[in-house]
Structure formats: C-alpha cells, structure tokens
Design a protein around this ligand. Structure first.
Ligand code: ARG
Length: 460
C-alpha cells in the first residue's frame, strides 16, 4: 500500500508530515456538511449515468452505498479519519471500500473545489430557512406581547433622557420592523446563494459531457454559477449572510440592552422570569439578566466572524485556494449562534412581566409632555418657535417649583401663554400625548392596534 495520500498521492514520494495532516485537516468541523455532500454526490452520480459516463448499474450501486453511509453517519457509527483530511474524502474512501471500482468513478468530472462550494451553499440554503422561521417566531412573540400592551405607556427616550411618552406596544413594534427587514435581507441573500457551482470542477470546467442543468434541478438549485472560476473561488454569498447575521445580532443586542436596563431597579419597567435569569454566588439578592447579556455579548462573536470571512477572502487570487477552508468555522458558528439567540429571545419574551404602573409613573416624569404643551400653544395661534420658548420657560419654572407641568395651576400656566385654558390638562397627560399622535407610524393606541393587525398579515 502506498504511504502517500490515496486521493492525490500519485506524484508524491514522501508521506505528509504527521502534524501537517492534522494542521490541514478540516474533517473535525466540516463533517457537519456530510448530508449535503451525499445529496450532491447522489445528484452528480445520477447526472453522470444520464449522460452515459456511468452505467445504470454503477449509479445504483453508488447511490445505495451513499445512503448506507448517510445512515452510518447519522447513527454515529461512521469512522472519521484525519488521514483522509475532509468530509469529502472520508465519504469517498468509505464508498470505495464498500463498492470498489464503481465508487472510484464518482469523482469523474468533479473536483473537491466545486463539491465543497456546492455543499456550503446547500447547507446555507437550508439554514437560512430555519433561521427565518425563528425570526418569524420571535416576531410572533413580539406581536403577542404588543397586543396586550397597546395602552401601556412608557417614557420614550432620546439620548437616554426622557423625551415623549410612547405606547409600550409601539416600542415593541419598532423591533418587529427591524426583524422584518432582517428577514428580507436573509431571503435576498438566499437568492444569490441559490446557484450551483458543480460542473466548475477544479476551476476551468470539465471535458466530460456533463449536464449541469440536470444536476441543478436534482439538487433544487434555481440557477447554476455562470463562470467556473467564480463558482469555486468566491464566498461572497456567505459574507452576505454573515453581514445579514451581524445586523440581526445588532438588533438583538439593542433589544437586550433595553431589557437589561428596564429590569434594573433604577428603571423597574419589567421583570424577567426566573427561568431566564441567574443568581450570584456571593450576593444573595441578585437576579441577573444573563440571557439578554449573553445575546448582547454574542453579537461580538458574529461581527468577528464577518470580519474573519472578509479577511479570508481578501487578496485571494483566482481561483480556489486552501484559505477557503477557513470559511467554515465562522459560518457554522454564526448559524448556530444566531439560531440559539433567536430561539432564546422568542422563548423569553412571553415570560416578561410588564410593570405598567412603574412605566406610567416614569412617563409622567421628566416633562415628557412639554412638546404637547408647545403644540397646544401653536394650535392657539402661536408660531412654533415662540411656543417652544414659552414652554421652555414653563419647564424651568416647574423644575424650580419641583412640580410636573400637569401639576401647575391654570394661573401658573397662563403666565407662559395667555390663551391657555382648562382643556390644557388633557393635553399634559401621557394618555393625551400618545393619543394625539394619531397618524400612520404614530404611537396613538388606535394606530398601534392597526399596525399590529397589518404586522400579523405579513407573518402569514
Ligand atoms: N476541505 C477543502 C475545503 O474546505 C475541500 C477542497 C479542497 N480542495 C483542494 N484543492 N485542496 O476547502
């Protein structure tokens, strides 16, 4: 038996260095591609027999054996070997071991370069479907919570300073919108992932009379890659996915940050369920929002994966280079991280206890209805800039008196606007403030209910 690699050792005289074998192997992590690799091989063998390169008998032998191998892998009975470098050569070696000569013909008209690029695309197409389903589930959780809280008021912030009151449901719907775009981005990136590299072979195509359209049809690809060099070398579809994933994580991180702030004693807007928090081994009083913090933290690793992949691709000359083997771990890690974060969020949201009174009290503080007073004065005929100035003075006065605007008497308020009347007090409540913003995209409960209804439709 030859001491060199069975798949490519023909021109070598000395065996691969022992550590280089381990250094160069990807089987530790690329074995998760096995189902896609087998799917690709079955389609390839079917096509080869269709164009007369394999006999019907050889094709049947190959497919039957590959199906057994798939079962062996699923059952954990498959023996992975580092000597065989990667998932592709492990499976092929087992195929040859099982059926001999016919197995050796499977690789006709194909290279590991187009094979691995196909595997990754098949993997990602399937993962994007799963991830999108999780996004939709999280969006559903958001709508369920929003439905209960259309009339719940919390202070809206700018610069983390109290700005204007908003409906809590409206706040939640902001995340719904972000996730909607996130889903659109994934689906868009899925379109470009949906092209089949097989047929590109090593880089230049193959001299066999292959039928790429048939293979693509068998694998469910919408398109085939138009250029063989591009097909084996670019991973831009994966980079796009990592970009979309990073944006999702950025959104989840912002949401996490809010949950962390809101559950603190200082805000006291919500309580997270015990099942989604942990205690401290030293401070008995603690209940920490670990889940939200972990999601916030994991955004860092997904951004890192995006940067890793961009850097792996940068400066690579055409076509395939071994650098591309480094595409897998960042991709797989991102998929798993994203799925876990979306899942835990969708599970956690329904368990949140909303402290409506506390939110409402907070919305009444910080002069959150000052804009409403200015708008009131404008409606009474004052130009907005003058109204802004007058209300600014009334706020300064109220701060000195240690009162909210709504606690000033009519006489006190009239010092800042002669035509202020008794109807001003309805305007100065948080309820009056949110109800007044009654247009598409505004926070009035009437609009928020409509928005929830429309949002539900997009989930169907
Ligand atoms: N394990 C390799 C990878 O992930 C498969 C392709 C190897 N191709 C080659 N020409 N060495 O990229």
């Amino acid at each position: 038996m030859s001491k060199t690699n069975q798949s490519w050792g023909g021109r070598f005289e000395q065996p691969t260095d022992e550590f280089v074998k381990i250094f160069g192997a990807s089987v530790f992590f690329d074995k998760i591609l096995a189902p896609y690799d087998i799917q690709g091989s079955i389609a390839h063998a079917t096509m080869l027999s269709e164009v007369g390169i394999l006999t019907g008998e050889e094709k049947s032998q190959i497919i039957a054996a590959l199906e057994i191998i798939a079962d062996e892998i699923k059952a954990g009975k498959f023996e992975w070997s580092v000597d065989l470098e990667d998932v592709h050569m492990n499976i092929e070696a087992r195929l040859v071991e099982m059926i001999g000569a016919a197995g050796k013909k499977l690789h006709t008209g194909r290279s590991r370069n187009d094979q691995v690029a196909t595997d990754i695309r098949l993997y990602l197409l399937s993962q994007i479907n799963d991830i999108d389903a999780e996004i939709k589930r999280l969006q559903g959780s958001l709508l369920d919570l929003a439905e209960q809280e259309t009339g719940t008021i919390l202070p809206g912030f700018t610069h983390l300073q109290v700005a204007q009151p908003v409906s809590f449901a409206h706040h939640l719907l902001a995340y719904f919108e972000m996730l909607k775009r996130d889903s659109e981005r994934l689906i868009d990136c899925r379109k470009r992932t949906n092209s089949m590299p097989l047929g590109a072979a090593a880089l230049a195509g193959t001299s066999y009379p292959i039928n790429r359209d048939l293979t693509a049809k068998l694998l469910g690809f919408d398109n085939i890659c138009n250029n063989s060099l591009d097909a084996v070398s670019d991973r831009d579809f994966a980079i796009e996915f990592l970009g979309a994933a990073s944006i999702i994580m950025m959104h989840l991180s912002r949401f996490s940050e809010e949950l962390i702030l809101w559950s603190s004693a200082q805000f006291d807007f919500i309580e997270l369920a015990d099942g989604f928090c942990t205690g401290s081994s030293i401070m008995p009083q603690k209940k920490n929002p670990d889940v939200a913090e972990l999601v916030r933290g994991k955004s860092g690793r997904v951004y890192g994966n995006l940067l890793a992949m961009l850097t792996i691709m940068k400066s690579q000359p055409l076509a395939y280079n071994k650098d591309n083997q480094e595409d897998k771990e960042p991709l797989f890690d991102t998929v798993e991280t994203l799925k876990a974060c979306l899942r835990v969020f969708a599970d956690m949201l329904p368990t949140i206890k909303v402290k409506r009174d506390s939110m409402h009290n907070s919305a009444k503080q910080g002069y959150s209805t000052a804009t409403d007073l200015a708008d009131y004065l404008v409606k009474k005929g004052l130009p907005f800039r003058d109204a802004h100035e007058a209300v600014g003075k009334s706020v300064a006065y109220a701060i000195k008196e240690q009162k909210d605007l709504s606690e000033l008497s009519l006489q006190e308020l009239q010092k800042f606007g002669a035509n202020i009347e008794n109807d001003v007090f309805a305007v100065l409540t948080p309820e009056g403030s949110i109800s007044a913003r009654d247009h598409c995209g505004g926070t009035a409960p009437r609009q928020v209910k409509l928005a929830i209804k429309n949002a539900r439709k997009t989930l169907k």
